[in-house]
Ligand binder design. Structure first.
Ligand SMILES: O=P(O)(O)OC[C@H]1O[C@H](OP(=O)(O)OP(=O)(O)O)[C@H](O)[C@@H]1O
Ligand code: HPA
Length: 193
């Protein structure tokens, strides 16, 4: 069974196209850090935001970004899933919900990708419903779709084409979250296209 997965993962990557290499990815993370630092690195420390990583896809973005933030912050995570092991989104499933202590705080939500926007729309609404003072959304990648999205990101690392991508935390069928660059899966290799 493990051999099947390893072989399938390799075939998917062999057919994929690298659309941003590791250096471009790191430059994008730096830009996100610069924008957050410009906004929150203030001597009065008035904000003291709570940074929430949306697991599991945000794990790599979060791990690369946090050490580049220069202002005092708290970190926590939530866990939300809409794609599971599929390449098309379904219902948003909450696996770890926000703690009640989000009330009254400025929250910086970090996620790997804003695709159709359903996940982050629900995340933002839930945080506001719980009394968050402000929700700032920073995504590593914003996918260009021809239709409008139910939520906008305040800060975007990379604008990417409308392709199913893997790498830097993003997966296809559970594979290739570990790639340092961003790769577009060949459409013929997707279950739903
Ligand atoms: O904008 P949307 O169309 O809602 O898609 C974006 C969401 O999809 C991915 O999560 P996924 O459900 O794949 O779970 P994962 O984080 O474990 O990969 C990604 O991490 C985003 O949270
Ligand atoms: O293009 C994508 N790749 C991986 N995960 C995703 N979740 C939403 N869109 C994507």
């Amino acid at each position: 069974m493990q051999e099947f997965h390893a072989e399938r993962a390799r075939t998917l990557l062999n057919n994929a196209e690298e659309i941003f290499d590791g250096a471009a990815v790191q430059a994008a993370v730096r830009q996100v850090a610069d924008k957050l630092n410009a906004r929150f690195d203030r001597l009065d420390n008035a904000a003291f935001p709570l940074v929430l990583g949306v697991m599991g896809g945000a794990v790599v973005f979060t791990g690369n970004l946090l050490p580049q933030l220069r202002f005092p912050l708290e970190f926590d995570y939530i866990h939300v899933s809409r794609y599971g092991d599929d390449d098309q989104g379904g219902n948003v499933v909450w696996k770890v919900i926000p703690r009640p202590s989000v009330a009254g705080r400025i929250i910086i939500v970090l996620d790997d990708i804003l695709d159709e926007g359903e996940t982050l729309a629900q995340v933002k609404q839930r945080l506001l419903d719980m009394g968050a003072a402000e929700v700032v959304i920073a995504v590593f990648a914003d996918k260009a779709l021809k239709r409008s999205k139910p939520v906008k990101a305040d800060i975007v690392g990379l604008s990417i084409p409308n392709k199913f991508v893997v790498g830097f935390g993003m997966d296809v069928y559970g594979y290739w979250r570990n790639l340092p660059g961003l790769w577009a899966i060949r459409p013929e290799d997707l279950k739903q296209r």
